[in-house]
Design a protein around this ligand. Structure first.
Ligand code: PRT
Ligand code: ZN
Length: 302
């Protein structure tokens, strides 16, 4: 279905109302400078710092809201996005949703798991079994690709107890620590998808003011993600030990070296691309550095 022509100027971003992705999504949007006012029903947040409003919904609704043009962007797990795309395809509708950015959190796997005392030699072991899942499309496609015939039992939740309830012999569910599987005497045997939270949007982004807002948010997001990893390293070193100290610096930007008036020491500052491990700090100290400090960076305009 073609999305309806949209005339609004304000951008709409869909995020999960409550659940695992809800708070990290809000934190991320706040970190890129968005502020908002919540409505009484807490389903809609009016953007104050930019004309960017938030829609708070169930995660499963996010891809559909983007596909139908109700929202421009959404923060959702890849698992939900891929399942939606396959569902649209199966219904004969095209799906034009894209992952604009991986967000680096909400990581999990969509795994097939079987009873821990069952043997596993490969996908063919699933032939003729019932597999419970909330991801029938992803599982169905994978089974088809493997040329394995199994019954897909679609459940909305509590998939992990299906084998104990006699509803299925195997499951296909999201796994993070693996604790839920262990607690249910199950073991993971096959990964179908590696997932994490992503920023999704339509493959045909909006034009005009809303298009510019999408670009602005993506630029800020890239900056924020880079910043999250960036650290400022500061230290002092005697001039004669400086060349040795410089060989021990971590990966990063070119260091700035400044003389200190009335002292035979220099001060070194550099932006590092990642957290600096203790071991590296100890090496710097052994090389002659002192007053070594590693600081987070709150803002940066190159
Ligand atoms: O109400 P709404 O529909 O919005 O929320 P929901 O209950 O469908 O989703 P929610 O909040 O549980 O998860 C949202 C998204 O978080 C998922 O779509 C994934 O992209 C991501 N995510 C990351 C996870 C997990 N990790 C996860 N561990 N989603 C679910 N789980 C569940 C899994 O289903 C299983 O029951 O946690 C259990 C396994 O965890 P471990 O740590 O025991 O392996
Ligand atoms: Zn959901």
């Amino acid at each position: 279905m073609t999305p309806p022509a949209v005339t609004r100027d304000r951008l709409r971003v869909a995020i999960q109302k409550s659940g695992r992705l809800s708070q990290p999504a809000r934190d991320l949007l706040a970190a890129i400078g968005l502020t908002w006012r919540e409505s009484r029903d807490k389903l809609f947040c009016y953007g104050e710092s930019l004309p960017v409003d938030l829609l708070l919904v169930r995660d499963d609704d996010i891809p559909g809201l983007i596909a139908d043009g109700v929202c421009d962007l959404g923060i959702v797990g890849r698992n939900v996005l891929v399942e939606h795309g396959l569902e649209r395809e199966a219904a004969g509708a095209s799906s034009d949703l894209r992952e604009f950015r991986e967000l680096g959190w909400g990581a999990c796997r969509l795994d097939i798991a079987i009873s821990e005392d069952q043997e596993w030699s490969g996908p063919e072991d699933l032939e003729g079994l019932r597999i419970a899942t909330s991801y029938p499309q992803i599982l169905g496609k994978w089974l088809k690709d493997q040329q394995v015939k199994a019954d897909v039992v679609t459940l909305a939740g509590s998939v992990e107890i299906a084998p104990r309830l006699g509803q299925a012999e195997a499951i296909c569910d999201l796994v993070q620590s693996g604790g839920t599987l262990v607690a249910n005497q199950l073991k993971p045997v096959q990964t179908l998808l590696h997932s994490e939270a992503v920023l999704a949007g339509s493959g045909t982004p909006p034009e005009g003011a809303r298009g510019e807002l999408v670009e602005l948010l993506l630029r800020r997001l890239d900056g924020a993600m880079r910043l999250k990893e960036t650290r400022l390293l500061m230290l002092r070193s005697a001039r004669e030990q400086m060349s040795e100290v410089l060989t021990k610096l971590p990966d990063g930007h070119e260091p700035t070296i400044m003389g200190i008036e009335g002292s035979d020491e220099v001060s070194v500052q550099m932006l590092c691309h990642a957290a600096v491990p203790w071991q590296q700090l100890e090496e710097l100290k052994r090389a002659g550095a002192r007053q070594i400090m590693v600081l987070p960076v709150e803002g940066m305009l190159a």
